[in-house]
Design a protein. Structure first.
Lengths: 1080, 352
């Protein structure tokens, strides 16, 4: 059927901020959807609260609303825009839920708007456990049984129905305790009783045990003519029980015979037909490893993280095809953009192995429970492609960009006791793969490990292959490794650095030997068809095979280093920058070559760059590509710290780094060097020094006086950074958190409790454009990524602003910045301005500022890196005039997924995503941002205060104000005593009754400032976590409370719905009038 | 591991490692892009005499078992694999693929750049070649390839049944002309409760008609239909007398019997993801096929093309407007979800 003629305007709902379980993959699918619709001459209206997305860029959709995804807001947009249809299946669960809510509210019927593609009833059929089960039974498919029970008798009747074994999982437990597997009624009763007790909400989930069954996923697409295809099969390395988002996943399936594969593929097609999905869906099966028995675990009637992975793994653009189906096209009418000669109606075949490995945030959350289970904990993932499984797995591990590459991962485990290894095998966590390898090294057999872990022997043997190959290499220590052996290592994905480690040699020695032997990678193309047809898309992966698929392209090229997996502190915003850089290069007629390994992102979509390399971002892999492509230079500014860390090794290897030079990057990153520069400029920095021992640290702290900020020097981005208020806390930190030594000193800085301000700027070395000054709501001490930021700054005098611009300009010039930079300042109560740090690269706020000002920041920076000047581009030194709208950026956290993580805000970043609210006044924008971030501010009710001694005075004022607004103020013991003297009504709550009060929804908001975090046994921690689990807003910074107070005072002002094209100073960003900035 | 060499008729060669039995095998190289099903493919009579290249790089992961054969033995003459898994993992596994190949006396080569080989076959068209673990002289092997290429072979004659036999059933009586029949077809007919007569490929019309069949099925099989003039003659004599369904090679022969021309595809259709459109309802199905030859649509007389291949628009099925005769290029079996060939087969049986 050709495209529907009745549709010419469509609303696409995005997925909102990045949280665990809903990451960049929906920017990727949403962006593809918008482009696919525009190709069909359909106007696209987009709503998403996440500014760091490509889909919210002016050239992706026709009308963009960066607004909270709430029923009220989206309804208002629908009234205004009157699209004929909504595409509900591209924006993750958020988008899907919103579409369902809209449909149920009746607005769609009222305005005559249709849900395109998969219908409401199909969505509901798949999402509702009960109707789903019935639908499956009708077509003879079995569903894994589970039930939510609140009493022992309910639990018993479930057990009688499904039989044993049964998994018991208490809902909402602190620390996830109380669950287990029961093999008989006796065990079952006792575990359920214990679980009910430990669950805060007295609720237990009981589930038919599929422990040890294989978890297999199918990505299926169906069109309006009932044509169905299986795009990809994926096999989870971990058996059922570990969330697929936390599993290592391999595509295609490896251990299924054709009969088993066909059985599931046929079931998948029956299921998508029974659910009448028009579009894509992900179907998860559990397959008994010893028979043909299987059950359906679940169906996602939308694009998902898995479909993004399947798209990148096969080259088949699922989101694009699904969008075309939604507007009436059938699979046989959609051209396969990869071959350009065949159609989308086929089942992709691959001739390589794809491995996805999750990226967990445990490096940031030392106290988090690392055990993997049914709750996803990974923030992101990497994907690698190889011609064998070992290669694909090792490349993926190298791509993780953690200190845990394969050899280091293994090293950390070697010191473990046998008992620890056994425990870890039984209770899988993020280090599972290393633990299995180590167990093999210690003589556990493949069968034993299979019995314990349920992982198929096939995969365990592959790990054994890696081990035996590494022993063979180790045996060559002190001798020259043969060409054959070295080649075998490379073929199985051993990085040069791993081989060097095994040989006790340096990485460069290995590389030299490799060159000498003539061993180098070749590059193969991902083509959807295993070579059957010629591919038109240059999407490459390396392998140590014999022949290159194609010669590198001719012409001028620039390599862009991507930012790898999404993690806390390095999120989607860097992918945004990489994509914009590619776009800017292509506009200049220069070919953009992207290297990245994140399957969720837009940057790894095949039509973003001229050439895409899906590779680990290691020095070795990047250099191999550079040697092949021979680019003009390499851009490292946009790939976050991952790319910056590569600058020096690349420069040493003779690669031209575009933009700010490596020496100047170092000058900004090295503390001593930077201090020298600032001294020379007469710009102050908080007092502080480097401590090489505990005594040193104490001496320094006493000299500069408490409180002080302490952090190890060798980690960046606020990791392991802490604010300590006194001698004891300092000693505790020094003892527990870090190893201090000559090689690993600790930085001790004076903590200045002032207002934090940051700027983003662009410099060409001569002129410096300050794009915007952002003010943080939370005072210094809260990581900038976790603060609410406001642009333009609302509480700074012109004099301060001028001083900020002056400092910024001078610093950028002194550091000879060419491209983007970011500076963080703190302003103390006496209006002294200090520089906290300078980042000589794109910062987290680039997308927000680009959108709020309309200045194409990445484009300008890219052009400067290629030799153009700000002047040529129409800008001069100074600050960009402030727009008339106010923009507020608010952080979003994923604490619900990370049990035992303390939620208080501090110098370590904890947020996973952000939202943006833009409106005509500060209060409206703030209200909007808080709403988009999901903070529900109660309009009346009970508010609990429990604050640290140092905060009591400040908090009492706020409590008084809230009280006068009609809220009932409650306080815990110490806080109560303090407040009760202040003359406003306050009621006392005993700590012992508090948790119960929280559980019973007695409080609508909790305000708690921590005395000291990290210790899960402390009362404050319990309080915060309990509030968290019960979805009660818990505010841990008084500055945030103040901001909330302000919005409460202005809550009668209804916020506006404003499309992006009205934000910028002028309507069209690309037609900016020249020289906007004030010349200084 | 022992070295093996692959030499192609264009003079190119690849050096890899031996799998299966020591020796030297000659055959036409084809590539198959199915990611599973190597056992079914290798034992499929349609691959008789061919050297099969698997595009998926890891083959043998689940070993071999006693249930998945398409015929009593491996039919392919040689096999080309990127990496063979010697320690399979599957509850049904009876042993490794390497054992299976050795048991069947099949010689193969692994650890060569199979993707490059596939590109070469795609660009230059189907080629003949030799795999040898006993001789690594490329010149000498090339010489052999050229000599052996001139020899006439009749793979159908090698595999067709020796004499007529029948399988009892209560349903329609079906005569199956065995041009290289596979278990899937027999199983499909058996599940429809047909009374099946298996006939040698060289059986003539009288012999067939003497069995009083309700319908005739021309099975799939290997090779060039132009090498089987005797079968074309038989079919021509049967047309109009009994309803006929041709599958794969049988489809080509039926077309030829109706006066259609056949042509050779550059690289053949091999795999289980061949999209075929049913022109009667515009639906597209994934099909299982393996053929080098196609019927040319413009040579059709008294025929309507019913199915085309979505990738290259070639004929994948036809029906006669005058006689009860139809043909499809794709095969039942291989456990496909919506098996269009099974639908056609069922329809055919039901019509009898």
């Amino acid at each position: 059927m050709p495209k529907r003629q009745d549709i010419d305007k469509v609303l696409v709902i995005g997925s909102g901020p990045i949280v665990i379980g809903q990451a960049a993959e929906f920017d990727y699918s949403g962006t593809q959807a918008c482009k696919a619709l525009k190709e069909e001459n359909i106007q696209v209206v987009l709503v998403n609260s996440n500014p760091a997305t490509i889909m919210t860029d002016p050239d992706i959709a026709d009308r963009i609303y960066i607004e909270p995804i709430t029923l009220d807001v989206v309804s208002r947009i629908l009234y205004r825009e009157r699209p004929q249809g909504i595409l509900p299946t591209l924006g993750g669960q958020t988008g899907l839920n919103m579409a369902v809510q809209l449909a149920q509210s009746g607005i769609l019927d009222r305005l005559g708007i249709q849900l395109l593609g998969t219908s409401l009833s199909s969505i509901q059929k798949a999402e509702d456990r009960k109707t789903f089960k019935i639908a499956m039974e009708e077509i003879g498919e079995k569903v894994a049984s589970s039930a939510v029970v609140t009493s022992l008798s309910e639990a018993i009747s479930f057990a009688e129905e499904v039989g044993f074994p049964i998994i018991i999982r208490p809902a909402y437990t602190l620390g996830g305790t109380g669950g287990g597997i029961a093999h008989n009624m006796e065990e079952y009763k006792s575990i359920v009783a214990r679980g009910l007790k430990s669950s805060i909400i007295h609720q237990v989930i009981v589930e038919q045990s599929l422990v040890g069954w294989k978890e297999i996923e199918y990505e299926v697409i169906r069109d309006g003519a009932d044509n169905c295809i299986v795009v990809c099969t994926m096999e989870n390395l971990d058996p059922v029980g570990i969330h697929t988002g936390d599993s290592i996943v391999v595509a295609p399936s490896q251990t299924l015979s054709h009969k088993e594969h066909s059985m599931l593929a046929n079931a998948a097609k029956r299921i998508i037909r029974a659910l009448e999905i028009q579009g894509g869906c992900n179907i998860q099966f559990a397959l008994n490893p010893n028979s043909f028995e299987y059950v359906v675990i679940e169906v996602n009637p939308r694009v998902s993280r898995s479909s993004a992975l399947a798209s990148k793994a096969t080259g088949y653009p699922i989101a694009r095809v699904v969008s075309k189906i939604a507007v009436g096209l059938n699979l046989d009418e959609i051209v396969n953009p990869v071959t350009q000669t065949t159609y989308a109606c086929f089942e992709p075949s691959v001739d390589y192995v794809v491995t996805k490995v999750p990226r967990w945030p445990f490096d940031k959350f030392a106290t988090a429970n690392r055990t993997l289970g049914t709750q996803m904990k990974a923030t992101g993932e990497v994907m690698a492609i190889g011609r064998n499984f070992e290669e694909s797995l090792l490349k993926a591990i190298d791509s993780l960009d953690i200190k845990m590459n394969y050899h280091i991962g293994m090293k950390e485990i070697t010191s473990w006791s046998d008992q620890a290894i056994m425990n870890s095998l039984k209770n899988p966590d993020d280090e599972r793969i290393f633990v299995i390898s180590e167990a093999l090294n210690r003589g556990y057999s493949v069968d034993e490990i299979h019995e314990i872990t349920g992982i198929d022997r096939f995969f365990i043997r592959k790990l054994q292959n890696i081990n035996s190959l590494s022993s063979r290499v180790k045996a060559c220590r002190g001798k020259t490794i043969s060409r054959e052996l070295l080649y075998e290592c490379k073929k199985y994905g051993f990085g040069d650095s791993y081989i060097a480690e095994l040989l006790n040699a340096s990485e460069s020695e290995v590389k030299d030997l490799r060159k000498q032997y003539g061993i180098g990678p070749v590059y193969k193309i991902v083509d959807t068809c295993a070579g059957e047809f010629k591919a038109a898309t240059p999407y490459y992966y390396s392998s140590y095979d014999i022949y290159d698929d194609a010669k590198p392209s001719e012409g001028q090229k620039v390599v862009i280093i991507g930012s790898g997996p999404i993690r806390i502190g390095q999120g989607i915003e860097f992918d945004y920058c990489s994509v914009h850089c590619a776009k800017a290069l292509r506009e200049l007629g220069i070919k953009a070559v992207i290297i990245n390994n994140n399957p969720e992102t837009v940057s790894t979509d095949f039509d973003i760059s001229d050439t895409l390399y899906f590779e680990p971002l290691t020095k070795e892999c990047v250099l191999d590509i550079i040697e092949r492509e021979k680019p003009l230079g390499v851009v490292v500014q946009f790939g976050g710290q991952t790319a910056i860390n590569l600058a020096q090794p690349l420069a040493k290897a003779g690669v031209r780094i575009l933009g700010t030079s490596v020496e100047d990057i170092d000058k900004a990153e090295d503390r001593e060097e930077f201090l020298k520069t600032l001294k020379g400029l007469n710009i102050p920095m908080p007092a502080g020094s480097t401590a090489y021992s505990v005594d040193d640290a104490v001496r320094i702290a006493e000299k500069i006086s408490y409180p002080v900020l302490v952090r190890p020097s060798y980690v960046l981005g606020g990791r392991a950074m802490e604010l300590v208020y006194n001698h004891e806390e300092l000693l505790e930190y020094m003892k527990a958190a870090v190893v201090v030594s000559r090689n690993h000193p600790v930085l001790v800085d004076k903590y200045i409790p002032g207002k934090e301000v940051e700027i983003d700027g662009i410099s060409d070395g001569k002129d410096v454009l300050v794009v915007g000054i952002m003010e943080h709501i939370e005072r210094a001490g809260v990581h900038s990524g976790d603060s609410i930021a406001v642009y333009p700054a609302q509480h700074l005098s012109d004099e301060i602003k001028n001083r900020i611009v002056d400092y910024s300009v001078r610093i950028a010039k002194a550091l000879n910045i060419k491209g983007l930079f970011n500076i963080q300042f703190v302003l103390d109560p006496d209006n002294n301005l200090y520089v906290l740090e300078v980042n000589p690269r794109a910062s987290r706020t680039v997308p927000v500022l680009s959108k709020a000002t309309g200045i194409p920041m990445v484009k300008l920076a890219t052009r400067i890196m290629l030799g153009q000047s700000l002047e040529e581009l129409g800008y001069a030194t100074g600050v960009v005039p402030e727009p008339h709208l106010v923009t507020v950026k608010a952080p979003v956290f994923s604490f619900a997924k990370l049990t035992t993580v303390d939620i208080f805000l501090g110098p370590e970043m904890k947020s996973t995503g952000e939202v943006m609210g833009t409106d005509t006044s500060y209060y409206k924008a703030l209200h909007k941002a808080l709403m988009a971030a999901g903070i529900q501010i109660p309009s009346s009710g009970n508010i609990l205060f429990s604050v640290a001694d140092r905060d009591k005075e400040e908090a009492s004022g706020m409590a008084a104000e809230l009280s006068s607004m009609g809220y009932n103020i409650y306080a815990t013991d110490g806080t109560y005593e303090y407040f009760s003297k202040k003359g406003f009504p306050v009621r006392q709550v005993r700590k012992m009754h508090l948790i119960d009060a929280l559980k019973n929804d007695f409080f609508q908001m909790v305000i708690n400032t921590p005395t000291r975090g990290k210790n899960p046994s402390r009362f404050g921690f319990m309080l915060r976590r309990t509030a968290m689990e019960f979805n009660i807003p818990c505010i841990t910074s008084l500055d945030t409370v103040r901001a909330i107070l302000q919005t409460l005072k202005h809550r009668n002002e209804r916020f506006e719905i404003i499309p992006l094209n009205r934000y910028s100073i002028c309507a069209n960003a690309s037609a900016m009038p020249p020289v906007l900035a004030v010349n200084r | 591991m022992k070295k093996a060499v692959l030499v192609l008729e264009d003079g190119s060669h690849y050096i890899g490692k031996l799998i299966g039995s020591e020796g030297e095998v000659f055959g036409q190289l084809v590539f198959n892009s199915s990611m599973t099903g190597y056992q079914e493919i290798l034992t499929d009579p349609c691959y008789r005499g061919k050297i099969v290249t698997f595009t998926y790089p890891m083959i043998g992961n689940y070993g071999y078992n006693l249930e998945d054969n398409e015929s009593p033995m491996v039919q392919a003459r040689g096999v080309i694999i990127k990496e063979l898994c010697d320690e399979p993992s599957s509850w049904r596994s009876h042993g490794s693929l390497a054992d299976f190949l050795r048991m069947n006396g099949i010689t193969g080569i692994q650890d060569i750049d199979t993707r490059h080989l596939v590109h070469s076959l795609r660009e230059k068209g189907s080629m003949r070649g030799i795999i040898s673990s006993v001789n690594d002289n490329v010149e000498a092997l090339l010489d052999k390839v050229n000599k052996l290429s001139k020899l006439h072979t009749d793979p159908v004659a090698e595999i067709t049944v020796g004499s007529v036999f029948s399988l009892e059933g209560k349903g329609p009586r079906i005569a199956v002309l065995d041009l290289g029949v596979k278990y899937s077809l027999i199983n499909s007919l058996a599940s429809l409760d047909c009374h099946i007569f298996m006939l040698p490929a060289y059986a003539d019309d009288k012999e067939i008609l003497s069995l009083r069949p309700d319908g005739v099925i021309l099975s799939g099989g290997p090779g060039d239909p132009r090498m089987l003039p005797y079968a074309v003659k038989t079919i021509r004599a049967l047309i109009g007398q009994k309803p006929i369904l041709g599958i794969g090679l049988g489809c080509q022969l039926a077309g030829m019997a109706m006066g259609m021309e056949v042509a050779r595809l550059k690289a053949g259709h091999y795999g289980n993801n061949q999209p075929v459109k049913d022109l009667s309802n515009q639906r597209v199905y994934m099909t299982y096929q393996h053929h080098d030859f196609i019927l040319e649509s413009d040579s059709a007389k008294d025929l309507v093309v019913t199915h085309i291949n979505m990738n290259d628009n070639t004929v994948e099925g036809f029906i006669s407007t005058r006689y009860p005769l139809r043909g499809i290029q794709f095969h039942p079996g291989f456990a496909l979800a919506e098996d269009e060939s099974s639908r056609v087969l069922t329809e055919f049986v039901a019509s009898l």
